[in-house]
Design a protein around this ligand. Structure first.
Ligand SMILES: Nc1ncnc2c1ncn2[C@@H]1O[C@H](COP(=O)(O)OP(=O)(O)OP(=O)(O)O)[C@@H](O)[C@H]1O
Ligand SMILES: [Mg+2]
Length: 354
C-alpha cells in the first residue's frame, strides 16, 4: 500500500540563469524529508533574460544532476519568471469555476498585454473581494507559450517528465508556507535575488497580494568585478564568492560590494514602497531574502536599516527534515537560501497540473 502514497511530491527543478537546482523531497508521516539536492552551474550565455539560448548545455546539466543524484524519470515541477510572464489581480463578479474558465479568455484580454493566442492562461480565485461582497479577487497568470514550451522541452529532453510549470514567486510562496507555518506576521515580503532577476512576492496571511519581477541580478555585479580587475568572468565569480581573492585589493572589492548593496536596496525599496503606497494602514512586518545574490556582503544589514523592519535570510529547510550524515550541515546552511525556489517546486503535489 505504501507505494501509493510514496512519490506524491514532484521533483523540484529550478532552471536559473546561473545555476540549475534539483531538489527531491518526500512527504513522510508528520512532515517532509529531504532526499536529494544538487546544483549545477551553467555558463553566462546559456540563459539570457530568462530565455534559453543554449538548450543543449541546459539539458546536459540537468542530466548530470539527475545521474549524480540517482533520480529516475520523474514527474517534475519547474518554473519560469521574467518579462514573458504576467501575474495580475482582477475583481470579477462571483461565479463558479466553469463560468470563470469561460470568462477567462474574454476578461484576460483586458489584463494581459500580450496577444492572447501566444500565451497560456491560468487563473486562481483568491477569495471574496474586500470591498464588495458580490465580487471576488482573481489572479490571472499569462505566460508566453514559447517560453513555457522551451523550459518544458529542456525538462523532457533531460529524461524527466514535465508535470507542472510554476512561477518563481509562487514557488517561493509554497516554500515559505511549509517552512514558516507559525509565523506571527500578517504581511511578509519574500525577495529572491538571483543572477538575472529579483523576484518579489508580498503575502498577506499567507496569500499573495503583490508580485513583481525586477530585471536586475548578480550577473551585473560579476561583470563589474570583471571590468574592475581585468579578469575572466569565471575568475570574477570566484572573487565575488570569496573563493579566490589572491592578489585582489580588498578595499576596492569591498567598495564594489558596498555600491552593489546600495543599488539592490534602492531597487527593492522602490518596489516595496510602491506596494505600500497602494495600501492603507498596512505595513510589511518582515522581509525574507533568498537567492545567491542575497549573500552580497552588507545587503541584508543595509535593507534592515533602511526599511527599519526585520530582514533575514530564509531557511528553505526550516521545516524539512534532513539527515546530517547524508548532507553536510555547513553546506546546507550555505546553500539553503539559493535553494528556495527549487524547494518550493519540490513541495508541489503531483496531482496539480498546469
Ligand atoms: N557569496 C556571494 N556573494 C555575492 N553574490 C553571490 C554569492 N554567491 C552567489 N552569488 C551570486 O548569486 C547569483 C546566483 O544565484 P541564484 O542561483 O539564486 O541565481 P539563478 O537562480 O541562477 O538566477 P535567476 O533566478 O536570476 O535566473 C550569481 O549571480 C552569483 O554570483
Ligand atoms: Mg533563481
Amino acid at each position: 500500500m505504501r507505494m501509493l502514497f510514496e512519490k506524491k511530491t514532484l521533483l523540484g527543478l529550478d532552471i536559473g540563469s546561473q545555476s540549475i537546482k534539483m531538489v527531491d523531497i518526500e512527504k513522510v508521516r508528520g512532515g517532509y524529508e529531504l532526499k536529494a539536492l544538487g546544483l549545477g552551474l551553467i555558463p553566462a550565455e546559456c540563459i539570457v533574460d530568462k530565455d534559453i539560448m543554449d538548450s543543449e548545455t541546459v539539458v546536459d546539466t540537468v542530466k548530470n544532476l539527475k545521474e549524480n543524484l540517482k533520480i529516475k524519470a520523474r514527474g517534475t515541477a519547474s518554473a519560469i519568471s521574467g518579462h514573458s510572464v504576467i501575474v495580475k489581480k482582477a475583481e470579477l463578479p462571483i461565479m463558479n469555476e466553469s463560468e470563470l474558465q469561460e470568462t477567462l479568455m474574454i476578461e484576460a484580454e483586458q489584463y494581459i498585454p500580450f496577444d492572447i493566442n501566444d500565451v497560456y492562461l491560468d487563473s486562481f480565485v483568491l477569495g471574496e473581494s474586500l470591498e464588495r461582497s458580490d465580487m471576488m479577487d482573481v489572479l490571472f497568470v499569462a505566460a508566453k507559450k514559447e517560453l513555457v514550451d522551451d523550459y518544458a522541452s529542456a525538462v523532457r529532453n533531460a529524461g524527466l517528465k514535465p508535470m507542472l510549470m510554476d512561477i518563481d514567486v509562487f514557488a517561493l510562496e509554497t516554500m515559505y508556507e511549509v517552512n514558516y507555518p507559525d509565523a506571527p506576521e500578517s504581511i511578509v515580503a519574500l525577495v529572491d535575488a538571483g543572477a538575472s532577476m529579483i523576484n518579489i512576492n508580498i503575502l498577506k496571511d499567507g496569500m499573495s497580494i503583490f508580485a513583481r519581477d525586477i530585471s536586475m541580478g548578480g550577473r551585473q555585479l560579476t561583470e563589474r568585478i570583471q571590468r574592475e580587475f581585468g579578469v575572466s568572468y569565471e575568475r570574477a565569480e570566484n572573487i565575488k564568492t570569496g573563493s579566490d581573492i589572491e592578489g585582489i585589493d580588498l578595499e576596492r572589492i569591498n567598495y564594489i560590494f558596498k555600491m552593489a548593496a546600495e543599488t539592490y536596496v534602492q531597487e527593492i525599496r522602490r518596489t516595496l514602497d510602491f506596494f505600500l503606497s497602494t495600501m492603507v494602514n498596512e505595513n510589511i512586518e518582515r522581509i525574507y531574502m533568498s537567492g545567491g545574490s542575497s549573500r552580497i556582503p552588507g545587503l541584508i544589514p543595509l535593507l534592515r536599516k533602511q526599511m527599519d523592519i526585520p530582514v533575514e535570510m530564509i531557511n528553505a529547510f526550516n521545516n524539512i527534515h534532513w539527515d546530517d550524515k547524508v548532507f553536510d550541515p555547513e553546506y546546507m546552511a550555505y546553500i539553503a537560501p539559493q535553494m528556495a525556489v527549487a524547494v518550493g517546486l519540490a513541495l508541489r503535489r503531483a496531482d496539480l497540473k498546469w
